[in-house]
Design a protein around this ligand. Structure first.
Ligand SMILES: Nc1ncnc2c1ncn2[C@@H]1O[C@H](COP(=O)(O)OP(=O)(O)O)[C@@H](O)[C@H]1O
Ligand SMILES: CC(=O)OP(=O)(O)O
Ligand SMILES: [Mg+2]
Length: 420
């Protein structure tokens, strides 16, 4: 009988869940449905639901308080859809795969039992604004689907191959090791998907493919991928560093926080019993980025207003292009100029026509060039080329899919995860 996997992606502003079935561990999981609640930080949230090729629902939804609420609403929708015959009762779910942003030194997908749960809770201090929401969903699954096996997939896992000189911060090494202060890197589930999908598109094994990959969503990062493995990435100890995001500052001079507010080190009003965040973390993570410069977190809106001459939007747009081309240049050198493709992914990477144009224009000197026609409407496949011709290095758009990456890995590991 077919077994059901739920793959749950708790992002900073959305909860996305895909439903898969599989019969044996040698199967590719088959996607049955995809549902998401987005806009959690800018209510009212929106719910989108697709089953197979059918678009079932797209509506605004009130009263969603956070990720746990969003998940319960999603589960209710899935189990009450009579068209989704494979999932009529929550107990039909064998595995729930959870995207956990910070896994510190976890090196592989891990079954979540009581001990792992508490260990992950302790890690929340390293990613105070990310892990807590995902753990709330783990709790909700435990309550609503007690028979299913919860498995943690870590965003940080893909970056274990980053060399020591790259992941080390130039601070006291005893304190650094004791407190686990180093670059971890995130969006790794997405980069694993991108590396595999692009290698298959280029008809080469991942071990022979070098990429500069850009995951540009509410949180944005870049990654240098060498032979299918992470060589460097822009996020660090937490997802705050590197590129700016919807509400995140990205890299700043660390001294800036002492000039920003005298209360920077005090606990912020968002702190709760489980969550300890300072005013500085609150400001730089939640009240910076596009929201601070333009008043909106929607980069689509920022891009069109920038074109119409809105000064704040133009500043945000140009600032992002500036940071992006800086990292592309740096990673091009780190990869010795052997780059098979520059890959755009994530909401802004996939939909940001103007953004891709501005970035690729600036990195022409590295051998990248865009086909304006293809860039305006890329093919709807997992990977589409938007580059000019065969002479130039490839520029690709990848519709990254963290849920499918987790489900695929879960099927491969199913026997081991069940036995543990
Ligand atoms: N047409 C567009 N052009 C550029 N960016 C867009 C466009 N439409 C949506 N976006 C951006 O995509 C982001 C969402 O990306 P996504 O990867 O789904 O985010 P998340 O981090 O929540 O997973 C939105 O915050 C928005 O800024
Ligand atoms: C790691 C991270 O920033 O994730 P998201 O983009 O979902 O916020
Ligand atoms: Mg995301």
């Amino acid at each position: 009988m077919a077994k059901i996997i739920l793959a749950i992606n708790a992002g900073s502003s959305s909860v996305k869940v895909s439903v898969y079935s599989y019969s044996s561990v040698s199967d590719e999981p088959k996607q049955l449905a995809e549902i998401q609640i987005a806009g959690l930080t800018a209510p009212p949230a929106t719910l989108k639901y697709d089953r197979g090729d059918e678009h079932i629902k797209d509506k605004k939804i009130d009263g969603i308080q956070g990720p746990e609420d969003a998940f319960e609403e999603i589960l209710k929708h899935l189990t009450s859809d009579s068209g989704l015959t494979e999932l009529q009762h929550a107990d039909d779910i064998e595995f729930a795969c959870h995207r956990i942003v910070h896994g510190a030194d976890y090196r592989e997908p891990t079954r979540i039992d009581n001990d792992t749960y508490h260990h992950l809770e302790l890690l929340s201090d390293l990613a105070p604004l990310h892990n807590a929401g995902a753990l709330d969903i783990v709790k909700a699954v435990h309550k609503k689907v007690p028979k299913c096996t919860n498995v943690a997939f870590f965003d940080s896992m893909f970056h274990q191959t980053i060399p020591e000189a790259t992941y080390t911060y130039a601070i006291d090494q005893v304190k650094a090791k004791k407190n686990k202060l180093r670059k971890y890197g995130f969006h790794g589930i997405s980069y694993a998907y991108i590396s595999r999908a692009v290698s298959s598109f280029l008809s080469k094994p991942p071990s022979q493919v070098n990429l500069i990959a850009l995951h540009l969503g509410s949180g944005a990062s870049a990654c240098a991928i060498k032979g299918g493995e992470s060589l460097d990435t822009t996020m660090g100890l937490t997802p705050l560093s590197g590129l700016p995001g919807a509400t995140r500052s990205g890299d700043i001079d660390p001294s800036l926080i002492f000039h920003y507010t005298h209360d920077a080190g005090k606990l912020s009003s968002s702190s709760t019993k489980e969550l300890h965040i300072t005013t500085a973390e609150q400001l730089l993570n939640k009240e910076s980025g596009w929201k601070a410069i333009t008043g909106t977190t929607d980069f689509g809106e920022i891009s069109s207003k920038a074109e119409q001459g809105d000064a704040a939007c133009k500043l945000a747009f140009d600032l992002f292009v500036d940071r992006l081309v800086g990292y592309i240049g740096s990673y091009f050198v780190k990869l010795d100029g052997n780059v098979d493709a520059l890959v755009f992914a994530g909401g802004m990477g996939e939909k940001g026509v103007q953004l891709r144009k501005a970035v690729v224009n600036k990195v022409k000197c590295l051998g990248f060039a865009l086909d304006d026609g293809k860039n305006g409407s890329p093919d709807d496949d997992a990977v589409a080329s938007v580059s000019l011709g065969k002479g130039e290095k490839a520029v690709l758009v990848c519709q990254t899919d963290e849920q499918s990456e987790m489900a695929r890995e879960c099927v491969t590991l199913a026997d081991k995860l069940r036995r543990l």
